[in-house]
Design a protein around this ligand. Structure first.
Ligand code: CA
Length: 117
């Protein structure tokens, strides 16, 4: 009896350990994707040009954002992100977009909206 109880908790332990590991690997690869996407789109430069930013949004974010087919909407969004107004999107400014998208995703998943509270 004691043995089977131990075995059960071992199985539960390794299962939750497995879930934990695969979750953290998912997150690691998500972070790597965020970084690699920027670097690839910037083609070795420190900032994304307006054109590169537009391509990135259209290719990578069409499923999560509305209006990605409208280049004027993307330009408008870029103006909002471009804190130092140099007409380019730096890594920091790009992270603002990633944070904004993550935030809207968590709000839509939890079913709450800023207005509801
Ligand atoms: Ca900028």
């Amino acid at each position: 009896m004691a043995i089977s109880l131990l075995a059960t908790s071992y199985v539960q332990f390794s299962f939750s350990f497995f879930v934990l590991v695969s979750l953290s690997l998912d997150m690691e690869s998500a972070i790597k994707t965020v970084v690699t996407t920027f670097l690839t789109s910037a083609k070795g430069k420190e900032n994304l040009s307006a054109g590169s930013f537009q391509k990135l949004v259209q290719k990578q974010l069409g499923g999560i954002m509305d209006d990605t087919k409208s280049s004027s909407a993307i330009k408008e969004m870029m103006r909002g992100l471009d804190e130092n107004n140099d007409g380019r999107v730096s890594f920091q400014e790009y992270l603002t977009l990633v944070g904004y998208l993550a935030n809207s995703l968590s709000q839509s998943k939890s079913g709450s909206s800023p207005d509801a509270s």
